[in-house]
Design a protein. Sequence first.
Length: 262
Amino acid sequence: MKQLPDAIRLTYIIAAILLIIFVVFIVLIIILYNKRQIFFIQQQRLKEAEHQNQLLQKELEQQRSIEKERERISHDMHDDLGAGISALKLQAEFLKYKIEDNELQNDIDELLRTSEEMNISMREMLWSLNSGNDTLGSFIEYAILYTGNFLKKTKIIFHSECEDIISDTSISTELRRNLFLCLKEAVNNVYKHSKANVLKLSFCQIGNHFLMRIEDDGIGIPGGKLEGNGLRNMKRRMKEVQGECKISSATSKTILTFEIIQ
């Protein structure tokens, strides 16, 4: 009768040991499975990272090839077109001094003006193509230079100012081009329509916000012309680069503000 409790006790002990072994076995399987899942996820992430890196490398190579092509076109334009325009201008000036016919001299003067305009347009295109100009500082420097050169033959006094500009801030070629075309349109409108005495060009950078402001002391924009072709074009260009063009006009002042959030 005493052996029976011992046998039962032994059975319980063996069952408990087997249960513990089973539980340990299950835990080990779960741990190994989790480790395998973690390893699999890590491998997948590594493959995805390698794939993304390959795509990035291809994109960088494509960008480099585009920049090289831009540089090649820029050099070709400078060497061929630039030299051709300069030669044409020299020949026209030489003919002007040789010909005494006033009518022909007027035609040659027109040819000289056209060649000068072509030369200016070519310099603008060269500046646009040069990837070394894809910084905020380069854009501002060129914008001030262009506006000063445009207005120096007029009676309009030109002022410029910069506030908190980080010169090496990178900007895209598209953004730089659209901003410049808006500036060009705005300055031309001031010259043609505003009857202004002073034009002020200012630039401001606050964090990822960049503002370009063109202010004149002219007669303002008539209410019916607030949506003229020029202003519509400027708004469209800014919309293309996720920016905004704001117009404020009164009888003695017009302010155009171009805002970009990068």
